[in-house]
Ligand binder design. Structure first.
Ligand SMILES: NC(=O)c1ccc[n+]([C@@H]2O[C@H](COP(=O)([O-])OP(=O)(O)OC[C@H]3O[C@@H](n4cnc5c(N)ncnc54)[C@H](OP(=O)(O)O)[C@@H]3O)[C@@H](O)[C@H]2O)c1
Length: 266
């Protein structure tokens, strides 16, 4: 199926690594010109180069989205070669903290990076999409938004906020040709999650090696019908669908890509 992304320009925040990298690569393979973004210039340029070497169009933009100036710089650089039609708000971070460890400062920092950064980019880029009468905002949420665990409370709450603001934005964009939707991953294996799971595995009695830890970690923290962690490319596929014209009638929706981890029927 042609997703009809040729001629569109997409900014994927946090695409120097992990899920964002897979999204940037797939959007480019589907014909979009992609702006790769991260704070680490070498990694961001590396992903852009990979895309170009595969025949796609990409350039890298570097900046920290946790303050207004950094976000403005990223928005300006991303639009330097033309308007952004597609914004994927993906940049974020998670630290495996308990309630006791998650200080008020940690809550504030996590909310700022995971929620307010996305709001900053929406404020910079959506008005022009509105004027052109076409655009896409895809927000990366997560299963922990609706099914939080006792750990990472400061992170779970930011995912819930992302789901909420994305639906609010869809209502605000009524009749404009611009849509706002959420892709909600379960537990997806990227370097950062593998590192986290390997770190806490022995303490939880899941084993010592990755081969031992992996199945036990799936059962303990992400039990799902596919009995495995997800792959970044599986998240990218849902994002790419929402970014194209074929998804015009999808508004304020959540596509869960979690193997059935979230148990709700709706
Ligand atoms: N992996 C999962 O299982 C999972 C599940 C649900 C939701 N998510 C969400 O998916 C998104 C990507 O997660 P991931 O697992 O792919 O993480 P990751 O591999 O650590 O990648 C995070 C990306 O965000 C960027 N980033 C972090 N803080 C930033 C900041 N202040 N300003 C600008 N860029 C920043 C990083 O760029 P630099 O390192 O170059 O700065 C990197 O490109 C996150 O928002 C996360 O909440 C992930």
């Amino acid at each position: 199926m042609d997703l009809e992304l040729t001629g569109k320009r997409a900014l994927v925040t946090g695409s120097s690594a992990g899920l964002g990298r897979a999204m940037a690569k797939l959007l480019a393979a589907e014909g979009a010109a992609v702006v790769v973004h991260g704070r680490d210039g070498e990694r961001a340029e590396g992903v852009a180069r990979e895309i170009r070497e595969a025949g796609g169009t990409a350039h890298a933009v570097v900046g920290d989205l946790s303050d207004d100036g950094g976000a403005e710089h990223v928005a300006r650089a991303a639009t330097a070669h033309g308007p952004v039609d597609i914004l994927v708000n993906n940049a974020g971070f998670y630290r495996h903290l308990s309630w006791a460890e998650a200080t008020p400062d940690e809550w504030r920092d996590t909310y700022n990076v995971n929620v307010v950064s996305g709001v900053r980019m929406i404020r910079h880029l959506v008005p022009a999409m509105r004027e052109r009468g076409w655009g896409r905002v895809v927000t990366i949420g997560g299963g922990l938004a609706s099914q939080p665990t006792g750990a990472l409370p400061q992170y779970n709450a930011t995912l819930a906020a992302r789901h909420n603001l994305a639906v609010s934005l869809a209502r605000e964009l009524k009749g404009t040709g611009v849509t706002s939707n959420v892709v909600s991953p379960g537990a997806i294996l990227v370097d950062a999650t593998r590192e986290l799971i390997t770190g806490i595995g022995p303490g939880h009695g899941w084993g010592d090696t990755w081969e031992e830890i992996r199945p036990n970690a799936v059962r303990a923290i992400a039990p799902n019908d596919q009995e495995r962690f997800g792959e970044p490319e599986e998240i990218a596929a849902a994002v790419a669908y929402l970014c194209g014209p074929r998804a015009q009638y999808v508004s304020g929706a959540t596509i869960r890509v979690d193997g059935g981890l979230v148990r709700s029927a709706f």
